[in-house]
Design a protein around this ligand. Structure first.
Ligand SMILES: *[C@@H]1O[C@H](CO)[C@@H](O)[C@H](O)[C@H]1NC(C)=O
Length: 196
């Protein structure tokens, strides 16, 4: 092998290492809480609507049977359930925009199925896909809106499966029988994240 060839293959290897770590690191900006700090994995936050009159904070909604549902308080209450995030990419030390994570309520439930958010069945009336508490734990992601610090939560786990085709969706509130469930495929809920 000539020196030139060895040099070329060495620089190619270096380039590959740099390129691979660049993909893993991701330059996506962090998601910010209401005080402008990046969301930290494992820390507790409230998910609060960014505007009034569209229900209260994200909470656990009991519809009479297990599983419980991810939903919203009907009005603003101080004592709601906080959530914590676990990024899919182990090297993400903060929660980043458009990156997959799991999210779970910082609480125990009587259904004994865990507190992670999982994409569930379609609601029989609206056909919208509901989000349930417990189960395998789906990967969600946060996207930016046009307002700084205001975000949408969506489901589109392409970090987990880059070549999969997903019927992606964004989370919004679904009102039914005086309850508010969180569901994809309809209106969209703008939210902020408050440190609990
Ligand atoms: C909640 O319970 C009611 C009454 O059993 C039922 O009609 C409705 O479909 C349930 N909602 C969801 C989201 O499962």
């Amino acid at each position: 092998m000539s020196t030139k060839l060895i040099e070329t293959s060495l620089s190619l290897m270096v380039w590959l290492v740099i390129a691979t770590s660049a993909i893993a690191q991701s330059d996506n900006p962090p998601v910010l809480d209401t005080e402008g700090h990046p969301l930290e994995p494992g820390r507790d936050y409230y998910i609060t609507p960014a505007v009034t009159d569209i229900g209260g904070r994200a909470t656990i909604v009991d519809n009479g049977t297990c599983p419980l549902f991810v939903g919203q308080e009907n009005t603003f209450v101080e004592e709601s359930f906080a959530v914590f995030f676990t990024p899919f990419a182990k090297e993400d030390d903060v929660v980043k925009v458009n990156r997959d994570f799991q999210v779970a309520f910082s609480a125990a439930t009587l259904c004994l199925q865990g507190t992670g958010w999982t994409l569930g069945e379609r609601d029989t009336e609206s056909g919208r896909r509901l989000i349930v508490v417990g189960g395998v734990g789906s990967y969600f992601r946060i996207s930016e809106t046009q307002v700084k610090g205001v975000y949408n939560i969506g489901w589109c786990p392409i970090d987990v499966c880059p070549f999969c085709k997903f019927d992606c969706g964004i989370v919004g509130g679904l009102r039914e029988n005086k309850k508010i469930f969180l569901a994809l495929d309809g209106n969209v809920l703008p939210v902020v994240f408050e440190r609990a």
